[in-house]
Design a protein around this ligand. Structure first.
Ligand code: F6R
Length: 605
């Protein structure tokens, strides 16, 4: 999960590479580097650390002058973050940047070392560059093709050859890479926002294709050297959308964007009544006898919300699986099953593997994806895009709510198709979906200072618990993940009734417990569980519908939510939980947008 940028044109490559890498820093940020061809040959500047460290180095030691170059931001897999392990790597006449993992690097490294090659870094990437250099006799295509036959694993490579300084070569397998098309200049990038400032036109490189990128044009060849005609895509994302827009952090900006992104995701699908929801993407939901929802992290948490809604409304059984567990569990898949893969990035390695397994077994795969043209979007049988726009903060917010809204739309459509709910109920939910973005806006307009105050009060505690039942438990899983990933505070989510089977022993005087109760049918039960923790000294933050805070002494602080249809309440309720996590991280001085050890797009298993 690293970021790659390449430039060839007439401008100073270093500036464009640094600019592009800064936009890709969310893909990896433990080291960064660039390599640029100028009149004096190739110059590489690279360093452990963030883009700011690279900028400092460039200021101190001088920016390489030249108009052809490649750059990289790294998220270490093989070899610790260090200057020497940073990319670009240069061996002999070959310089390369890599995103992915070379799985057979140990075997290849041994063979290359036995042949007399000396390794200078501890990366799997160096094996690739050593291999290409060992195979290079002046014909780059022959060297790359021969190397690809030996390399196993995932990769996106940007490659330069010393004796062909006016060309960038690019290939990929299981890691993303696009070619940006300009006037007299061309680009490569892991993700389109890196080059949006310069162009919106791009082409996708598929596996087993080699891109040859020059100033005046781009050629895509197959491994036999035949030229392939490619479609050109146009990015509709606005560059503004990939910037902070005045907010101190991308995460806060993205929390605030939710009314807009929910509207973008929901409105186009509500143009033709309840029976017309998602008609463009799915023509028949009746074939779905059982759903397998497979995803990772927050995306899996939206799957839990989806399960709740689909089972409740459409009476179709839904199993939710963690993608990294799925394929190793000898999963049962049978006729009538359909798989739903949920992913913001569309590049999550474990989710891709689950998708491929389902396809091998002949199970139709529906993808709920945010990044257009991503691997999951391309490989799934049907794609339902969430229109959340680029999400830059590592901790997901707007993509999560857009995924949940998409699942709720699917639940409603399935219920209508199956006639498991009345027309009146269908219309009720349909109208509530329409109004949902306004309900979320209401929270953002009125309550942020309250969440900030609560966060400041609890910022020094060691443990924190989230409890709820049913859909509120699913919501708690996400609230807890948000808090721990960005504020590094230990927290756990529990089904409220389960706490007393062990974990309640951790609840002592002052331990905060966030108790969520948005589902009227089980609120009384949840309140009983809240009283159990209150009796043991917990500091209870009670999250409930506006006006529903029952009189009583079982809470210390209150978060009230605008009321919408019960099924949709989690989308309203997640906003305070996201905001609470955000302000806690800010109070604790954490790097909110780039929490330690995490990366935005998890392209390794
Ligand atoms: C947490 C978070 C992650 C992702 C997970 C899946 O805030 O963002 O848990 O949800 O890594 O990523 P995608 O959705 O890109 O497949």
């Amino acid at each position: 999960m690293c970021g790659i940028v390449g430039y060839i044109g007439n401008k100073q490559a270093a500036d464009i590479l640094v600019e592009g890498l800064s936009r890709l820093e969310y893909r990896g940020y433990d080291s960064a580097g660039i390599a640029v061809y100028g009149e004096d040959g190739l110059k590489i500047v690279k360093t452990m650390g963030r883009m700011d460290d690279l900028r400092k180095n460039l200021n101190e030691f001088g920016k390489p002058v030249g108009s052809v170059g490649i750059g990289h931001t790294r998220w270490a897999t093989h070899g610790e973050p260090s200057d020497i392990n940073s990319h670009p790597h240069k061996i002999g006449r070959v310089t390369l940047v890599h995103n992915g993992i070379i799985e057979n690097y140990v075997t290849l490294k041994k063979a290359l070392a036995d042949a007399g090659r000396t390794f200078i870094s501890s990366t799997d990437t160096e094996v690739a560059v050593q291999l290409i250099d060992s195979l290079y006799n002046g014909d780059p295509l022959a060297a790359i093709t021969a190397a690809l036959e030996q390399l196993h694993g995932s990769y996106a490579f940007g490659i330069l050859f010393d004796d062909i300084p006016d060309t960038i070569y690019a290939v990929r397998k299981d890691s993303p890479l696009v070619v940006g098309l300009g006037e007299g200049e061309n680009f490569i990038a892991s993700d389109i926002p890196a080059v949006l400032k310069y162009t919106r036109e791009y082409i996708l490189i598929e596996e087993k294709e080699i891109a040859i990128i020059r100033r005046d044009g781009v050629k895509i060849l197959d491994v036999k050297g035949n030229e392939i005609k490619k479609d050109t895509f146009k990015a509709s994302w606005d560059i503004e959308a990939a910037e902070k827009g005045g907010y101190p952090h991308f995460m806060l900006k993205e929390i605030h964007e939710q009314p807009k992104t929910l509207r973008a995701t929901i409105s186009p699908r509500l143009q033709n009544g309840p029976a017309g929801i998602l008609k463009e993407e799915i023509d028949d939901t009746l074939k779905m006898e059982r759903l397998l929802i497979v995803a990772c992290g927050s995306a899996m948490h939206t799957g839990l919300l989806g399960k709740n809604a689909i089972e409740k409304l459409a009476r179709v059984p839904v199993d939710v699986h963690i993608a990294s567990e799925f394929r190793y569990s000898d999963p049962i898949m049978k006729q009538g099953d359909a798989m739903i893969i949920i992913s913001q990035s569309g590049e999550t390695a474990d989710s891709i593997a689950a998708l491929r397994l389902a396809k091998q077994r002949g199970i139709p795969v529906y993808a709920i994806v945010n990044v257009v043209g991503s691997t999951i979007a391309r490989e799934a049988d049907y794609v339902i895009y969430t229109w959340a726009g680029p999400e830059i903060a590592v901790a997901t917010t707007k993509a999560y709510s857009a995924q949940a809204a998409t699942l709720y739309m699917l639940a409603l459509r399935m219920a209508v198709d199956r006639k498991t709910i009345s027309d009146e109920r269908a219309n009720q939910l349909f109208n509530a979906l329409n109004e949902l973005p306004d309900k979320v806006a209401e929270i953002l307009d009125n309550n942020m200072a309250h969440y900030e105050k609560l966060a400041a009060m609890n910022k020094d505690v060691h443990d924190l618990f989230y409890i709820g039942r049913g859909q509120d438990y699913a919501l708690c899983c996400e609230g807890s993940l948000k808090l721990k990933e960005i504020s590094y505070m230990h927290s756990e989510a529990y089904a409220a009734g389960e706490l007393k089977h062990g974990t309640i022993s951790l609840v002592t005087e002052g331990v905060p417990v966030v108790a969520v109760a948005t589902d009227d049918s089980i609120t009384e039960k949840t309140i009983s569980n809240i009283k159990e923790v209150k009796a043991r000294g917990a500091f209870v933050i009670y999250v409930c519908k506006k006006g529903a805070a029952a009189e009583g002494d079982f809470y210390d602080a209150l978060i009230e939510l605008p009321v919408t249809d019960e099924v949709l309440m989690p989308i309203v309720a997640i906003v305070p939980l996201q905001s609470y996590a955000y302000y806690t991280a800010v109070c604790k001085g954490c790097d909110v947008d780039k929490p330690r050890n995490l990366a935005k797009s998890v392209t390794v298993e």
